[in-house]
Design a protein around this ligand. Structure first.
Ligand code: MTE
Ligand code: MO
Length: 506
């Protein structure tokens, strides 16, 4: 290997290390701050419009790719120059690399996204790798120049160091790409936040919960909202890439981008979601404001053909749910293709960018997350959980739960407050009753009603002597039907039975 080739390699390898390190650093924060992306962004911002038009005309939709490739070629050429400048001394080339890093920092600082940390990391790693490689290739005893290629020991040391720098760069670049696919979703979410329609969220009346007595807050925060899905890794979809295909037994197929969905009439609704796997007394139930486009509008827009029975929705990871069309087409059902949850874009875990929510149906037949298509079809087609033995139809069953006192806890004898939740989505709760130690059912106090699609909080004040007790509760829906006391497990269509809590008064 001639000294020239080695010098050029030092320049190229240190540039690669600088870019890979910057890429990884950017992926930890905002991928848009990766130095070539930031510099490219600055170039796009600064380019006169005739140049942009020219680039688009020549490269079409690959114009950004062409820009990145062009920049990488320029960087590679300058890196070779840097290496060649350092055939005798290490610092002239290092200075070129440093100048490059400073240009990256200036470009990053000028960007609206503004993070300069990745460019700083590039500068430090670039100069560091340059020095490391240069001194690794230097022969023993020589202070200021590269050794002749005949120096075998220095050559081996140089080759090993080069290999390590190259491997490290590869790992950093690959890791950065994997990470930015993740945080690409974060960037997409923050971009979406600004574009969501400004809908007023339904007002939650004062007194809608008895949180002070031990019930949950009426609205569940996105962080606390229960999460159930089959996804081992949260699917990472960007709103920019998202499309929804509505097809099957329709008159006109729809193929919508995220912006096209946003352009339609949207509404905001408070909905209590429940999982069919929620056991009696379980916590797979939460309430949030969801905003999105009514599913009914889109179905009517597509036009449903005679004989169609269900909408088979599919997520990007292949999961499916089948929802009866007669439910989705009810004028006041309020089923949504939701893009917003509690005023924010959907969190990735809850289906970003778009999911379905249907008041009154268990999640597994209605609440497809990471939604990518809906097929209007007959019931001949089985959905994911139906294939695994769960019911095709799954309206949420009227249920109630005791949150206070906690099971097997001790509370002071005398006045004891029992509190909890009750739900009968899309029918509503008329009353809740409690019974202590198998005594008569007595009415609980209900919190302010919010809607028939949401849970209702309740509490009851009891006067209890010291000793062991057991309290049970039951909900009565707005048609006057009490929840069944018959015990059933969650399979195939949801658990039933009364929640009972043993506790001790002391
Ligand atoms: N893509 C996808 N969507 C899905 C599921 C799933 O496994 N994959 N699970 C469903 C089930 S069983 C429920 S109860 C709800 C839960 O929604 P959440 O995680 O936002 O609470 O999502 C539904 N949507
Ligand atoms: Mo579920």
């Amino acid at each position: 290997m001639t000294s020239r080739v080695r010098s050029a390699a030092i320049g190229l390898l240190s540039a690669a290390a600088a870019l890979a390190a910057g890429h990884l650093a950017a992926a930890l924060g905002d991928p848009r701050t990766s130095p070539p992306v930031a510099v490219g962004g600055a170039v796009i911002d600064l380019a006169p419009s005739w140049l942009k038009d020219f680039a688009v005309a020549v490269f079409g939709q690959a114009d950004k790719l062409a820009l990145i490739i062009g920049m990488l070629l320029v960087i590679a050429a300058l890196a070779v120059v840097a290496g060649l400048l350092s055939q005798r001394r290490w610092w002239p080339g290092a200075l070129v690399i440093a100048a490059f890093g400073i240009a990256g920092i200036v470009a990053a600082a000028a960007r609206p996204d503004g993070g300069i940390a990745p460019a700083l990391v590039s500068l430090v790693i670039g100069v560091g790798a340059f020095a490391l490689l240069w001194f690794a290739g230097r022969g023993g005893g020589e202070e200021t120049s590269l050794p002749p290629a005949s120096d075998g020991w220095a050559r081996r040391r140089f080759l090993v160091t080069s290999g390590l720098v190259l491997a490290g760069s590869g790992v950093a670049a690959a890791g950065g790409s994997a990470l930015s696919r993740v945080s690409g979703v974060a960037a997409s979410r923050s971009g979406v936040a600004e574009r969501l329609p400004r809908l007023s969220r339904p007002a939650i009346p004062a007194g809608a919960d008895f949180a002070a007595s031990g019930t949950p807050r009426f609205l569940t925060s996105n962080r606390d909202f229960y999460r159930i899905d089959t996804a081992l890794v949260v699917p990472r979809l960007r709103a920019e890439d998202w499309r929804l295909r509505l097809h099957g037994m329709v008159d006109r197929e729809l193929d919508l981008s995220f912006d096209e969905l946003l352009a339609r009439r949207a509404q905001s609704r408070t909905i209590t979601l429940t999982c069919v796997s929620n056991p009696v007394g379980g916590d797979l139930i939460s309430t949030a404001d969801f905003a999105g486009v009514p599913v009914r509008d889109l179905l009517l827009e597509a036009g449903i053909r005679a004989g169609a029975q269900q909408l088979l929705t599919r997520s990007s990871d292949g999961y499916t749910a089948g929802t009866p069309l007669d439910v989705l087409l009810e004028p006041d059902r309020g089923a949504l293709l939701a893009f917003e949850m509690n005023g924010e874009p959907l969190p990735p875990e809850h289906g970003f960018p778009v999911r379905m929510v249907v008041p009154g149906l268990y999640g597994y037949v209605s609440a497809t997350k990471w939604l990518v298509s809906g097929e209007v079809t007959t019931f001949d087609r089985q959905h994911y959980w139906e294939q695994r033995g769960w019911a095709r139809y799954a309206p949420i069953k009227t249920q109630s739960r005791i949150d206070r006192p906690r099971p097997n806890s001790s509370v002071p004898a005398g006045a004891v407050t029992v509190a909890g939740i009750a739900w009968a989505q899309h029918t509503g709760i008329r009353a809740v009753e409690v019974s202590v130690d198998d005594g008569p059912w007595q009415a609980a106090e209900l919190a302010t009603d919010v809607s028939r699609d949401t849970w209702r909080m309740w509490r009851a004040r009891l006067d209890l002597p010291p000793g062991d007790h057991r309290v049970r509760c039951r909900a009565i829906d707005r048609t006057g039907t009490p929840q069944t006391a018959a015990t059933q497990g969650t399979v195939p269509d949801g658990a039933t039975g009364l929640h009972a809590v043993p506790f001790r008064c002391v």
